[in-house]
Design a protein around this ligand. Structure first.
Ligand SMILES: Nc1ncnc2c1ncn2[C@@H]1O[C@H](COP(=O)(O)OP(=O)(O)O)[C@@H](O)[C@H]1O
Ligand SMILES: O=P(O)(O)OC[C@H](O)CO
Length: 706
């Protein structure tokens, strides 16, 4: 803090103020604290609108996030004025945010290139499969010793990769070196600190550790991971510590001129807010999701039981990183919103859940596994889907709502069991926070179902407090040891069940989880996704039989026909309009996967990196692919093989999609064409080709230049 500042006087105390921006999945808040006082002075909150354009997709409007922050800050500061403070009394700002949610924007215009892809969006399901296909044993934990995370749609690298694969403006921005990627903290800081006029493109270690791209040892972007996921380091933010003065707000908002000195992902922030600053301390935060973090100090513990290793905090550029083991639960409070908005079983989450669920003494043996977007820790099963089981004619909505509350508690037990196995020591008490913890029934159920005391924090919002302390510390107004010395007051809920009771119930929960697994097939048939109609509508000049059903992949093999795969860079800005169409409608199903080098028998991660280096992301002329003639090779033998591998769309080194085009043949049903050095011919039996593929073939064939 600047010495000699004239600080506000309230109740005889002279304390500077710390403002906190808290961008959650469903809400945005602005909170103001007096330094060294853990009670909120004022706060203002707005709900967000989540957009779900397709099943499994979850998007947010990046501009609205900024707008909401602005409104929340203005309203909170209005309240401040009423208390006799002024805006100038806020000496610094901290930012805490939903993690993993990914935004791509244009460095020169500041425009988002796509809505933010939220952390719980599972559109990258098949991207995950494409990556896993090239990893030994399809081992989703293969990268864990580098970045601490399993390969899952949850993490940002998959979302970045999806954006590059699917969104033309993102590819173009990448080609023109205008692309910036970031988690929400980066987006907020860049905009607050000037945006196109020199905004800081930074993130903190805790957020970076959620991308799948940061090396936990070096605390920097890992070159191999960047190549593997096809993300260029130039588009990534600089990784900074969680507590330092990064810069000053430079925009026309009410926050203009205030320093920013703390950034923490919201779960790490809650760990700090709960004062879990010693190795061995843990907290569980119940919000839209639920996240249990266990501080392992400067030791990086690698879980063998489905937990992830993450950075807890790094309190200054020269401070050592502190690590945590995390158990992530995708759906906690989110299940309550589902009961309200989708099933209409309740009207008001806060008032109704406790009241209605409290009218019955048990769930009547009903179990609700809210695996809406798969299951995270410790299962990491993206193929799981939600189930409610054990229904009888006796079941009422009371039982179902109670089962939804219990689901959070059982999932917490799953995590505690894994943590116990990893750390060897069971937790003797559970510190909890988050808005859901205002539900007393939930708290009692939690204690009963895990069998240890549950200690509820005095204030539900530990996420805002955590980064408030950290930002205040970096600005010199909130020494961490003062905070550390504070005993956090808490309500305690003691278990009232026997071990046998709770183990019997837990066994039943595990049975329910088993039933939820494997529900989502990776490749849904066109009928299931409702895409069939849309795809067939692109048929304009069918010249090969298109009557076979579009999803009849089983009969799709043909011999004796030929496709030559080569690059086409015609059309304005280098993108062939048919390629666009392919991308939009069909290419994800039928484009061709193209390793430049023959595959070795045992693929390794380095092969994969090499592949992406050469095809997906090149260093603007420095890599192999720039010298390669743009005709494509594949060693796949059949259309089925292509479909089975669900290949990605292919890009050249300028990030333009590469055309998959049939060769101009004089004899239409030529038997065999050999493999040339720079082109591939494939033998395909058109009799068995699926209708959709024929349509694409014809479309391209008819458009081929003479
Ligand atoms: N009394 C309550 N009982 C059960 N769930 C609640 C209660 N109050 C809020 N919730 C749930 O907790 C979540 C609130 O989280 P919030 O702090 O607004 O989250 P986020 O940061 O995830 O946007 C919502 O999903 C809501 O359904
Ligand atoms: O918005 P929350 O509080 O559910 O937090 C989301 C997490 O940060 C996702 O990892």
């Amino acid at each position: 803090m600047d010495a000699g500042c004239d600080m506000p006087v309230r109740n005889g105390a002279k304390r500077p103020l710390v403002g906190v921006i808290d961008d959650g999945t469903k809400t945005v808040r602005f909170v103001i604290y007096e330094a060294e006082n853990t009670d909120e002075l004022v706060s203002y909150q707005l709900d967000k609108t989540e957009v779900q354009p397709q099943e499994g997709w979850s998007e947010q409007d990046p501009m609205k996030i900024l707008h909401h922050i602005r409104i929340c800050a203005e309203n909170a500061i209005d309240q401040l004025l009423e208390l006799g403070y002024s805006k100038e009394d806020i000496v610094t700002l901290g930012i805490t945010n939903q993690r993993e949610t990914t935004i791509a924007w244009d460095k020169f215009t500041g425009e988002p290139l796509h809505p933010a892809i939220a952390w719980n969006d599972i559109r990258t399901d098949s991207t995950v499969d494409a990556i896993l296909a090239k990893i030994p044993d399809r081992n989703k934990n293969y990268l864990k010793n580098i970045c601490g995370l399993p390969i899952s749609p949850y993490f940002s690298a998959l979302k970045m990769r999806w954006l590059k694969d699917n969104i033309k403006s993102v590819r173009r921005a990448s080609r023109d070196k205008r692309l910036l990627f970031g988690t929400v903290d980066s987006w907020i800081v860049w905009n607050l600190t000037g945006g196109v006029h020199g905004g800081l493109h930074i993130t903190d270690v805790t957020n970076a550790s959620r991308t799948l791209l940061m090396n936990l040892e070096t605390l920097n972007w890992d070159p191999m991971l960047c190549r593997l996921f096809g993300v260029h380091r130039d588009s990534l933010p600089q990784i900074r510590s969680s507590a330092e003065i990064y810069g000053v707000v430079k925009n026309d908002s009410i926050l203009d001129g205030i320093r920013i000195s703390g950034i923490l992902g919201n779960q790490q922030s809650a760990l700090v807010g709960q004062n879990c600053l010693q190795a061995g301390q843990a907290k569980n935060t119940y919000r839209s999701g639920c996240f249990l973090l266990y501080n392992t100090g400067t030791r990086r513990v690698q879980s063998t039981h489905g937990l992830i290793t993450t950075i807890a905090y790094k309190l200054g550029p020269d401070a050592p990183p502190v690590y945590a083991l995390e158990g992530s639960i995708a759906v906690a409070g989110g299940a309550m919103k589902f009961l309200r908005d989708n099933l209409h079983l309740i009207k008001d989450v806060a008032q109704d859940t406790e009241h209605i669920a409290g009218q019955v003494f048990s769930t009547g043996d009903v179990y609700f596994v809210p695996a809406f977007s798969g299951l995270y820790a410790p299962y990491w099963r993206k193929d799981a889907r939600g189930i409610i089981c054990g229904l009888t004619a006796f079941t009422t909505k009371n039982h179902i709502i109670r089962a939804a509350l219990e689901a959070v508690c059982f999932q917490t037990r799953d995590i505690l069991e894994a943590m116990h196995k990893d750390c060897g020591m069971p937790l003797s008490k559970l510190h909890v926070d988050g808005r859901m913890t205002s539900n007393d029934l939930l708290m009692q159920l939690q204690a009963d179902l895990v069998g240890i005391p549950v200690l509820r924090a005095q204030s539900w919002d530990m996420s805002a407090l955590g980064v408030g302390v950290v930002a205040g510390g970096a600005a010199g107004v909130w020494p961490l040891d003062t905070f550390h010395a504070l005993a956090t007051q808490a309500d305690t809920f003691l278990p009232t069940t026997t071990d046998d009771d709770r183990d019997a119930r837990y066994t039943k929960w595990k049975m329910a989880v088993q039933r939820s697994l494997g529900w989502a097939t990776t490749k849904k048939s066109i009928t299931m996704t409702g895409q069939g109609k849309r795809k067939i509508s692109m048929v304009t000049q069918p010249s090969i039989d298109t009557n076979s059903p579009p999803d009849s992949r089983k009969n799709s093999l043909i011999e004796n026909h030929i496709l030559d795969l080569k690059v086409d860079k015609t059309g304005d800005d280098g993108v062939n309009p048919y390629v666009e169409e392919l991308i939009q409608y069909s290419a994800r199903k039928f484009s061709i996967f193209v390793p430049l080098k023959p595959r070795k028998t045992e693929p390794t991660i380095l092969d994969d990196a090499e592949y992406f280096m050469s095809k997906k992301e090149c260093d603007y002329g420095m890599c192999e692919c720039c010298h390669t003639e743009k005709k494509l090779l594949t060693n796949w033998e059949s259309i089925e093989e292509i479909i089975e591998n669900d290949p990605e769309i292919i890009f050249d080194c300028d990030d333009n999609p590469i055309m998959v085009e049939p060769v101009k043949v004089t004899e239409p049903f030529l038997n065999t064409i050999g493999f040339g050095a720079a082109s591939l011919t494939k033998n395909i039996n058109f009799e068995k080709l699926p209708g959709l593929f024929k349509t694409i073939y014809n479309r391209i064939a008819n458009s081929s230049p003479e």
